[in-house]
Write a protein that binds this ligand. Structure first.
Ligand code: GLV
Ligand code: MN
Ligand code: MN
Length: 420
């Protein structure tokens, strides 16, 4: 029987604040201080070094794999058993808060710190980890580190991905000193747990203390290249133009209409997050647009329908605006259900702690969805203030909300780590 322990919420929150100072920036719209630690930048490197230092200070044996995932191992009483792994990511989008991903990593570290303070041993080893480029917005593919570690994405393909400046994952990993030597694809944990902020309004609006994550909805990303013809903005009659920017705008509006149509269920989401025009000048009709499309849907079938319909729309708009539109899939994951027994364990831990909870499907992608192919996996969600806004500097969960979620993580980890 594992000891009843509680995490130190003050220490957890102080660690979140300290990591949040790395890559801090002032948001141009609001003046709020946020976090910009885009994957494999110098700021990500600095964040990695700080967390790795904390791992070592907690007595963890640190290893780094070939895709830059960092693992800290705490031995078990029977060290030959497969470990229970707890993790998430510390890379961020350029307009982040301090909680997305970091709560799961520093929460996992806090679990180890509490066990250390109590001199509590676990039967199975524990591994706490942070994974490379979960966000995917620099190199175009999300959950990159955990996807490579679990062999969904071959290492060489991951290494070759390029950012907008043509810099590769492999070179950038080397530059920040995190091109490790551990082979990928070998680690097979007994179970994987991740605590994460919800990044949406549901838990907070229902007044719940936490969410038991049932799984992650389907995600499909593509990059569109629209080729038109540059022309003089003042002299070219409207009917003569082949305006790549106009086609991008039409597609963005069409995506919005698709989400509102109800044809893809009530929960289809879509965003054209990036539109890059060339030459991007006031008096030149755009000759080229490179834009991204992010589609999400809880149903794989409805996702497939949305993708097919969008491809047809691209053809129609290409004809209408006399442009060429090509598309490249950059990331695609199906709906991923989490393990029912681990969900039940998380719910039981929340009950034990007197925390209200409900099952919830994740709208965001997570490292947990990759590990769920390898071992039994589930997640606990923590509510967020301000409608749970995320990918925004205003992202905020209170100390109590974070403490509750990480206490659930601790309890569930202790149970899993005693399993035969
Ligand atoms: C990760 O943040 C995602 O885009 O879902
Ligand atoms: Mn995240
Ligand atoms: Mn994110």
């Amino acid at each position: 029987m594992a000891k009843t322990l509680n995490i130190d919420g003050k220490r957890l929150y102080a660690s979140l604040a300290e990591l949040g100072r790395i890559g801090a920036y002032t948001d141009e719209n609001t003046g709020i201080v946020g976090v910009n630690r885009l994957a494999l930048t110098a700021a990500d490197g600095a964040g990695r070094r700080l967390v790795t230092k904390w791992f070592r200070a907690a007595g963890l044996r640190v290893t780094i794999d070939k895709i830059g995932n960092v693992f800290g191992r705490r031995p078990g009483r029977d060290d030959s058993l497969a470990p229970v792994m707890l993790g998430s990511h510390i890379d961020s989008v350029p307009t982040a808060g301090r909680f997305d991903g970091c709560l799961g990593v520093l929460g996992a570290l806090e679990v180890v710190r509490v066990l250390n303070d109590a001199k509590a041993a676990t039967r199975r080893p524990l591994v706490v980890a942070f994974f490379t480029d979960e966000e995917g917005c620099r190199f175009g593919t999300d959950m990159l580190g955990s996807a490579a570690a679990t062999r969904r994405i071959p290492l060489e393909r991951a290494y070759a991905l390029k950012d907008r400046d043509g810099l590769t994952v492999k070179d950038e990993l080397r530059k920040i000193g995190f091109l490790g030597g551990e082979p990928v694809g070998r680690l097979r944990p007994h179970a994987y747990l991740e605590c994460h902020i919800e990044q949406g309004p549901l838990l907070r609006h229902k007044g719940l203390d936490c969410g038991v994550v049932m799984g992650v909805q389907a995600i499909s990303w593509q990059e569109l290249t629209i080729v038109g013809k540059s022309a003089h903005a003042g002299t070219t009659p409207m009917s003569f133009r082949r305006d790549a920017g106009l086609a991008a705008a039409r597609l963005d509006v069409a995506l919005r209409e698709m989400t509102l149509s109800g044809r893809y269920g009530r929960d289809m989401r879509a965003a054209m997050g990036a539109i890059n025009l060339r030459p991007n000048m006031v008096n030149v009709v755009p000759s080229r647009a490179v834009c991204t499309v992010d589609l999400r849907n809880p149903s794989d079938a409805l996702m497939a329908k949305a993708e097919a319909d969008f491809a047809r729309l691209c053809k129609k708009i290409a004809k209408q605006d006399r442009v060429a539109i090509s598309s490249r899939s950059t990331a695609k994951t199906p709906h991923v259900p989490f393990d029912a027994s681990v969900q039940a364990l998380i719910a039981a831990q929340a009950d034990r702690l007197g925390l209200s909870h409900e099952p919830i499907l994740s709208g965001a992608g997570h490292d947990a969805q990759e590990w769920s192919r390898v071992c039994k996996t589930a997640m606990v969600f923590v509510p967020g203030e301000y409608d749970g806004i995320s990918h925004n500097p205003r992202e905020f969960s209170t100390r109590k909300q974070c403490t509750d979620g990480v206490n659930v993580l601790l309890g569930a980890a202790q149970v899993l780590a005693e399993e035969a």
